[in-house]
Design a protein around this ligand. Structure first.
Ligand code: DP6
Length: 391
């Protein structure tokens, strides 16, 4: 039997706080603006990819969540593999003891632990896992930032999933894309109190893909030009400062404003694109009501190309936020397992609150004011935190 080489990697999801939307080069996936994201814990959201190389394989094959797909039909996937093979071929040229893996076919097997294409950035964790696994299999010596360029040609946002913690994708200016890559702004331990609550409003496939939607925006939205020219550069600086200083007030306000502007440019696209639904808009109102009651920015929402919400908050506020959210968006006992919703009383802001089952007065009042949605409007709630990069 011929020798087989194998690597398995898991990679995280990231949620942007300054959004990437628009390409200046669609083939190389070069963005119109820089973006910045938070990597979420792989305990709750991740993609696991195993790649095998063997001289006995007759062609490249791919299995996604257990189903075989036609690898050749995904140009982006082929691009990633081809780029990684070239890097391996260069290594083999310098080291004549290295096995000729660059010439062998690959079997790629990839699985998510969450629903695909539900606006939960599955392409980001997917391509980050693929490229990290190729890097490990081929024993590539490139740095993580250099490998992020390979993940970028799979899906733009994937380059940010190559790191844990807080990650910037620098747009770059060159035509060949060598300076368009991800850099870590701060590690996951930098701000341990920062947590995230993912509200899955729908797990149906989205109507307009990000890839198609963003190019219509580039071509038709006048607001978008202003966003790229003057808004994003200032926000990138302010956001990096907010993270460095662990200033949740600034972090939260910029996050909400940038999500709102991204959805505003989607509506300014012609024909307009609308990703948020009634549940999404109610989450916006609920977070603003929560912040008004606390007289500060205590929670911040953000939405990608779908109706699901991600709400960032510090651990001291998270328990109350979960209590409010689970009250206003009750679980549908018939269709949703209890494990799909977190128990607010399991989330303790500090050790001396363990066992307390008291509701903060403003949460009870707020729940009355915000109102209740029909059970099942939110199908799943994931309480998570900042996570590490590919393992
Ligand atoms: C709204 O990375 O999915 O999530 O590069 O065409 O694959 P392609 O697009 P993709 O777009 C993500 C857009 C976003 C914002 C973000 O993650 O920054």
């Amino acid at each position: 039997m011929s020798e087989t080489f194998e690597a398995t990697v898991t990679a995280p999801v990231n949620i942007a706080v300054i959004k990437y939307w628009g390409k200046r080069d669609s083939a190389l996936i070069l963005p119109t603006n820089s973006s910045l994201s938070v990597t979420l814990s792989q305990d709750h959201l991740s993609t696991r990819t195993t790649i095998r190389a063997s001289a006995s394989f007759d062609k490249d094959r791919l299995w996604l969540n257990g189903v075989e797909e036609d690898i050749a039909s995904s140009k982006r996937l082929v691009n990633c593999i081809t780029t990684a093979r070239k890097l391996r071929a260069a290594l083999e040229q310098d080291d004549d003891k290295a096995a000729p893996l660059s010439k062998w076919s690959l079997h790629v097997c990839s699985e998510n632990n969450f629903p695909t294409a539900a606006g939960l950035a599955s392409s980001a964790s997917g391509y980050a896992a693929l490229v990290s696994a190729l890097g490990a299999l081929f024993e590539l010596s490139q740095s993580t930032s250099e490998l992020s360029r390979v993940a970028r040609v799979g899906s733009g946002s994937a380059c940010r999933s190559m790191f844990g913690g807080f990650v910037a994708w620098q747009a770059g200016v060159s035509d060949d894309g060598h300076d368009s890559l991800a850099v870590q702004v701060a590690g996951r331990q930098h701000w341990p109190e920062l947590q995230a609550l993912v509200l899955v409003a729908s797990d149906k496939k989205k109507a307009i893909s990000s890839t198609a939607g963003m190019q219509t925006t580039v071509e038709t939205s006048a607001l978008f030009a202003e966003r790229v020219r003057s808004v994003v550069p200032k926000r990138m600086e302010a956001m990096q400062r907010a993270i460095a200083e662990r200033d949740f007030g600034a972090f939260g306000e910029i996050t909400m404003r940038d999500s709102n502007q991204f959805h505003a440019v989607c509506l300014d696209t012609f024909p307009p694109i609308s990703y948020m639904n009634d549940v999404s808009r109610s989450v916006v109102s609920l977070v603003h009501a929560f912040n008004a009651a606390r007289n500060r920015v205590a929670a911040a929402y953000t939405f990608d190309a779908g109706p699901n919400a991600v709400i960032y908050a510090l651990s001291d506020d998270m328990r109350d936020l979960v209590e409010l959210v689970t009250h206003c968006f009750p679980r549908d006992d018939e269709t949703t397992p209890a494990a799909f919703y977190p128990d607010p009383f399991q989330i303790f802001a500090s050790a001396d609150q363990v066992g307390q089952r008291l509701t903060c007065p403003d949460v009870a009042q707020l729940a009355k004011a915000v109102g209740k949605f029909s059970p099942g409007s939110v199908r799943r709630i994931i309480h998570t935190e900042v996570g590490d990069g590919p393992r």
